[in-house]
Design a protein around this ligand. Structure first.
Ligand SMILES: Cc1ncc(C[n+]2csc(CCOP(=O)(O)OP(=O)(O)O)c2C)c(N)n1
Ligand code: SF4
Ligand SMILES: [Mg+2]
Length: 272
């Protein structure tokens, strides 16, 4: 690669080159702090893609949470508020109610959302807050060194269950999307993965649909992203990526679990 090309911005192909791939302008051009093979970066990229495609950048307020994605505000060129651990849906509720025209989404890990923040997410969904939630499930507390999360798989060893999670002692991994889908205010809920191109394409579609729900004022929308944490799983990036298909998807099946968008749209149009 020539020195000139190395310095070129991401979206400027060198003379004579055909561009077949571009990076959303909303992503800040800087190295991230994420470990090699971590899926947070892919999830950020999809979120940026969807915000850009829907033309929401100027009105977006990202509610960051606690965990490895705490620095999301360094990577997306949108306004952001940092919420205390687990409280992102409560903060998002306040922001959205104060600024109903803003596009408000939370970005939360599994320790954050399904452990300390379980009450906040359940009640925000049940109330049908007009917010969108991106929930990154990597089956551990990544940032703090790999402790057991509510989503840790049976048999998975973590620093707080070194012999592996035991059903009798710690219960079953919690399936958040199924729970959220069953609550009255949820208009759209889906579980996706970003371990291969096919799944990334579906993940992008689900995140876009979730964001559109909010733009249309229909209610609460939720997308769970199954993700790797090679560092705390003590795996190579490739082996961690393979674990998504081999172990996680069989227990956390992918798909759309709630979609009453058409029904809500019809109800809105008869009220007009
Ligand atoms: C009130 C409070 N309790 C505990 C912590 C410590 N803490 C920071 S990140 C984290 C776990 C985050 O795990 P997760 O949400 O799964 O995010 P990941 O790093 O895996 O993406 C914990 C317990 C904190 N910052 N605040
Ligand atoms: S510790 Fe895990 S979740 Fe955090 S950046 Fe590294 S791989 Fe990603
Ligand atoms: Mg986690």
């Amino acid at each position: 690669m020539s020195a000139k090309h190395a310095q070129a911005p991401w979206n400027s192909p060198a003379p004579g080159e055909k561009q077949v791939f571009s990076v959303p302008e909303l992503l800040v051009d800087r190295p991230t702090h994420y470990c090699p093979g971590c899926h947070h970066g892919t999830a950020h990229r999809l979120v940026a893609d969807c915000i850009e495609e829907l033309g929401l950048a100027e009105k977006t307020i990202c509610i960051g949470s606690i965990g490895c994605s705490v620095f999301i505000y360094n990577y997306l060129k949108v306004d952001a508020v940092e919420a205390p651990h687990g409280r992102a849906p409560a903060v998002a509720t306040g922001v959205k109610r104060a600024r109903p025209d803003a596009f408000v989404f939370t970005y939360q890990g599994d320790g954050d959302l399904a452990s300390i923040g379980m009450a906040e997410i359940i009640h925000a969904a049940n109330r049908g807050e007009r917010i969108s939630v991106v929930f990154v499930n990597n089956t551990v507390y990544g940032m703090t060194g790999g402790q057991m999360a509510p989503t840790t798989m049976i048999g998975q060893a973590t620093t707080t269950c070194p012999g592996g999670r035991c059903q009798d002692r710690e219960g079953s991994p919690i399936k958040m999307t199924e729970i959220i889908a069953g609550l009255g205010g949820t208009v759209f809920a889906a579980r996706v993965a970003v371990n291969n191109l096919k799944n990334i394409t579906k993940a992008r579609k689900a995140i876009k649909t979730a964001f559109e729900c909010q733009v249309k004022g229909l209610g609460f929308s939720f997308v769970e992203v199954l993700a790797t944490c090679p560092t705390n799983w003590k795996m190579t990036p490739v082996a961690a990526n393979d674990r998504i298909e081999a172990e996680m998807i069989p227990y956390f099946p992918l798909g759309v679990y709630q979609d009453i968008i058409a029904e809500r749209e019809a109800a809105c149009s008869t009220r007009m």
